[in-house]
Design a binder for this molecule. Structure first.
Ligand code: G4P
Length: 528
């Protein structure tokens, strides 16, 4: 197979959802369709268990599972599908944001009864900003829930999407009978009382045909005809280009648990979801079909066994072919490296592979060379863009509690930050270290891992920060900037990449600072 054919086979995506909407169930059903697993229950849910959020060991448990579910790959109808895991829990939002830099498209799962929820809003916003093509799957249609049209409105208004249905439910909850597949013009209806079975697929070219009445009964048939008429009048026709540009999101209905509507979703996904896309670097755009390999680190996973300090760095291949034992260039460190045992991921295992292609993810064993966002190439010097840090929600000073272990603490903090567990800010004034996290739980995890993996002891001290603002300044010599630095010196810090950050203590401070220093721009994201 040529390089181009290999790459065109690949579809790499993430499923985003608020916890409990059915992401794990849907993933599992997709894997079952691909023949990648044999039975339900094979994919472990890595969500934080209800009521266990105060237990930081839960995060450790989750970490153990998440390496297994980080990438799940399977083949379906001649395509290679890579599903990247995106934790829905808000304490892992940063992890999910970064994973979204490595997907070429996304499926958004929404619970029909709950509608659009908080985490969905945040994650869809990130996809929208990056123009990632999205499909929407409305799940749990076997339960009583919101009216399909109301839900479409809610998705448009709360998620800011322009939607068009490609499948439509016939009834809902107790009266849920089946799905009309607008994309393929056919109907699947349930058989049996338990709604577990799908009867034969019936092709319906013309909805006015009496065949429809015979199939689902006159009442349902009439209703469906009216609803499809309304859909034709209200929603735009599906347009491939609009979808690819992130301007139009097709919607599907179903029940992942009952395996209903999942095949329709998967078949449409195979037809329309994008193959590996090009990506911007600091000097030029990289096309997937370029002969030379390039890729970037979007996730680092520490070994669960504290005796083995090695880590697994997850690389998204952006262009060309990655080969085992070939020399590659680590751009940030300016050195060549080769990898004897690159891992590729399958549904239930990871294996050493000789080659992987653009769109794929490889896991590289790392002893501390990689940091999230790092670029690997065949020698060319460029760095991929679009792997930003967002302002953390919580901030605390970190102190060394064991002076004999200062080196271990430094190393531990450094490596945990490379992994993306939290963000480190070093105050300019006195070099004190401030740790910023998305969830308060992360502090306990950091303390625990520093002690158990690095033999270091740390304590925290409160530091009131509302938001980390990355500072953009046109002229560093300007009087305004010098004045800004003088007035705000106690709150100025450097992030891991030595970028200047203003740790503002309130929204009011941010507003006042912007008014007082108009030439200085403050950003809540590290890339601007
Ligand atoms: P998540 O990964 O998005 O957090 O959700 P997950 O798939 O774990 O699903 C959350 C709950 O919703 C699970 O029930 C699951 O069985 C249920 N579920 C998923 N899809 C459907 C569906 O189409 N219809 C119905 N009725 N339920 C669905 P649970 O009781 O929390 O867990 P479990 O004990 O069943 O695993």
């Amino acid at each position: 197979m040529s390089l181009e054919q290999e790459i065109n086979k690949r579809k790499t995506f993430g499923i985003i959802a608020h916890p409990d909407a059915g992401k794990t169930t849907l993933t599992e059903k997709l894997l079952l369709f691909g023949g990648a697993i044999q039975e339900a229950g094979a994919v472990k849910s890595n969500k934080i268990k209800k009521g266990a959020t105060s237990d930081f060991m839960e995060i450790e448990r989750q970490r153990g599972i998440s390496v297994a579910t980080s990438v799940l790959a399977f083949e379906y109808k001649g395509k290679k599908i890579n599903i990247l895991d995106t934790p829905g829990h808000k304490d892992f939002a940063e992890d999910t944001f970064r994973t979204l830099t490595a997907v070429d498209s996304a499926i958004v799962v929404i619970d029909v009864a709950k509608g659009v929820e908080e985490q969905t809003i945040k994650l869809v916003e990130v996809c929208r900003m990056r123009k990632i093509p999205m499909l929407v799957f409305i799940n749990k249609m076997d339960r009583e829930g919101k009216d399909a049209f109301d839900l479409m409105d809610e998705v448009e208004q709360n998620l800011g999407l322009q939607v068009t249905p490609l499948s439509w439910p016939i009834g809902i909850g107790a009266t849920f009978k089946g799905i009309y597949n607008i994309w393929e013009k056919n109907i699947n209806i349930f058989s049996g009382d338990n709604k577990q079975k799908v009867s034969e697929t019936t092709k319906i070219e013309d909805l006015s045909s009496p065949e429809l009445d015979a199939l689902i009964g006159s009442n349902y048939a009439e209703n469906l005809r009216n609803e499809i008429d309304l859909i034709d009048g209200v929603y735009p026709e599906f347009d491939m280009q609009e979808y690819m540009n992130g301007n139009l999101q097709p919607v599907f209905f179903g029940s992942a648990l009952n395996n209903f509507g999942v095949r329709e979703l998967l078949d449409a996904f195979i037809d329309i979801a994008p193959t590996p896309q090009s990506k911007e670097t600091d000097i030029r755009e990289i096309e997937p079909y370029e002969n030379k390999f390039s890729g970037f680190v979007f996730k680092i996973h520490a070994n669960m066994d504290p005796k083995h300090r090695d880590r697994l760095a997850f690389i998204k291949i952006v262009s060309g072919k990655f080969e085992r034992n070939k020399n590659y260039y680590h751009v940030r460190q300016g050195k060549n490296m080769k990898f004897a045992a690159p891992n590729a991921f399958f549904a239930d295992k990871k294996e050493v592979v000789d080659e992987s292609f653009a769109g794929d993810i490889v896991g590289l064993h790392d002893t501390g060379n990689f940091r999230i966002g790092d670029t690997l190439t065949e020698g060319e010097k460029f760095s991929f863009k679009g792997i930003p840090s967002f302002s953390p929600e919580h901030f605390r000073y970190i102190n060394n509690a064991d002076p004999m272990k200062a080196k271990q603490l430094e190393k531990g903090i450094d490596q945990l930050m490379d992994e993306g567990v939290a963000q480190l800010f070093t105050l300019e004034m006195n070099n004190r270290k401030v740790i910023g996290t998305v969830g308060a739980l992360q502090y306990e995890v950091i303390q625990y891992r520093l002690e158990h993996e690095y033999g270091a002891k740390a304590t925290y001290e409160p530091f009131t920060v509302h938001k980390a603002c990355w500072v953009e300044v046109e002229n560093e010599k300007s009087e305004e900037f010098q004045e800004f630095k003088r007035v705000k010196q106690r709150y100025l810090a450097r992030d891991k990449f030595n970028q200047l950050v203003f740790l503002a203590d309130s929204a009011f401070t941010i507003q006042m600072t912007q008014e007082k220093f108009p030439s200085i721009k403050l950003h809540f994201v590290s890339e601007f």
